[in-house]
Every structure is written in structure tokens, then in C-alpha cells.
Design a binder for this molecule. Structure first.
Ligand code: 5GP
Ligand code: ZN
Length: 120
């Protein structure tokens, strides 16, 4: 691995959360993902699914059946555990223009309130 990339990952807030160097409110753990509560929730339920490994965004997320399967099954488990089956939103902000503020792939699961469309 190139040294600039290593240095970048050492500064990555989600890499630090995955390694336990920064505390988080963890709700679930998988082989490839962890699920934590967002520090600045935008809905009564706001959970982040974060890859254990550092990928910049959905375009870098590997085309691996195992990871894709776990991603979908953890979304389902979180939704059921939080009892938001009747309405929830799964969001993947990608790039500055879409409001991605942490360059480590993550999925927002939001629920527990009425939501509007189109999103802002
Ligand atoms: P993005 O804006 O990249 O789509 O989402 C990043 C999310 O990470 C934001 O909703 C933000 O509140 C959350 N976040 C940023 N830093 C931390 C942190 O240290 N802990 C937790 N739990 N969430 C964080
Ligand atoms: Zn990272």
C-alpha cells in the first residue's frame, strides 16, 4: 500500500471508529460492516453502516457477493431491530456535491419520522 494512502487512512474518522480508537454507540457488528448511531441524528433512528475496510465511496466498494449480501442483510436486521419497517430511507451520499462529508464508504439508515421527497 502506498504511504500517502496509509497516512490518509490513519486520519480517517471512520477507520478510527472501526478500530475502537474513537468511541461509538455500536448497535451491530458483522464480518465486513459495523452499525453505529450517527453522532448528529437527522431522524429519531439514524444508523450508519460502515465498512470495516477503508473504501472511499460506493464506486470503490468491491463487487464481492459476500460484502453485498452482508450489506443487505444488515440493513434488514437494523430496520427490524429499530422497528422502522413501516418507513425508512437508505442513503449513500457520494461526492462533495451530494454532501458526503466522510470519505469512507457508509450507508445511512434513517427512520422514525415522516420523510419528504425530493430530498434536499
Ligand atoms: P456523510 O455526510 O458523509 O454522508 O455522512 C457522515 C455522517 O457521519 C454524518 O451524518 C455525521 O453526523 C456522522 N459522523 C461524523 N463523525 C462522526 C463520529 O465521530 N461518530 C459518529 N457516530 N458519527 C459521525
Ligand atoms: Zn477509513
Amino acid at each position: 500500500m502506498r504511504s500517502e494512502r496509509k497516512a490518509f487512512m490513519a486520519d480517517c474518522i471512520f477507520c478510527k471508529i472501526v478500530k475502537g480508537k474513537i468511541p461509538s454507540d455500536k448497535v451491530m457488528e458483522g464480518k465486513h460492516f459495523i452499525a453505529i448511531r450517527d453522532i448528529n441524528p437527522q431522524a429519531p433512528v439514524h444508523i450508519l453502516l460502515i465498512t470495516r475496510e477503508h473504501f472511499k465511496n460506493i464506486l470503490e466498494f468491491p463487487r464481492s457477493e459476500g460484502m453485498f449480501f452482508e450489506m443487505l442483510s444488515m440493513i434488514e436486521k437494523v430496520v427490524k431491530a429499530e422497528k422502522i419497517e413501516k418507513g425508512f430511507r437508505v442513503v449513500i451520499n457520494t461526492g462533495l456535491e451530494a454532501g458526503q462529508s466522510v470519505d469512507h464508504f457508509h450507508i445511512h439508515i434513517l427512520g422514525g419520522r415522516e420523510m419528504k421527497w425530493p430530498p434536499g
